[in-house]
Design a protein around this ligand. Structure first.
Ligand SMILES: [Zn+2]
Ligand SMILES: [Zn+2]
Length: 135
């Protein structure tokens, strides 16, 4: 299904036909610092993501195994790409309109902040999700 998305200023826009993974939130220290809270993302196969405007996109190597794509114009956190995975995670808040997706899992919960509660109706994990890949 075609979905579109963009950052807050429009210097990064994208679209994909999917398939789209449901939403997984990551509460690890790295995601918390990148986003200012925690990272909630869908994902598509890497080759399925089409950047329709990459003018503001910059990639930041956030760890030994991954990089993150953000907008240099507005600072939005848009993408996460693990070196060994063939899909790209996309910040769920950057999608346009109704997503048809739902939150299914919260990971790295042992690194969460102490100022908020986890959702009670989703799976919790202290490691990578088995659902991390696209179905
Ligand atoms: Zn922007
Ligand atoms: Zn994380």
């Amino acid at each position: 299904m075609l979905k579109t998305g963009k950052c807050a200023c429009g210097a990064v826009t994208f679209q994909s036909l999917g398939p789209w993974r449901d939403i997984i939130s990551c509460h690890c220290d790295e995601c918390r610092r990148t986003t200012g809270h925690f990272w909630a993302a869908t994902a598509v196969p890497e080759g399925a993501l089409k950047l329709t405007n990459a003018a503001g996109l910059k990639w930041f190597r956030s760890s030994d195994v991954a990089k993150r794509g953000f907008c240099t114009g507005c600072g939005a956190s848009l993408f996460y790409k693990h070196d060994d995975k063939d899909y790209i995670a996309i910040g769920a808040g950057c999608l346009d309109g109704e997503t048809g997706l739902k939150m299914v899992e919260e990971v790295f919960t042992h690194e969460k902040g102490d100022y908020y509660a986890l959702s009670e109706d989703v799976t919790h994990s202290t490691a990578w999700s088995e659902a991390w890949k696209v179905d």
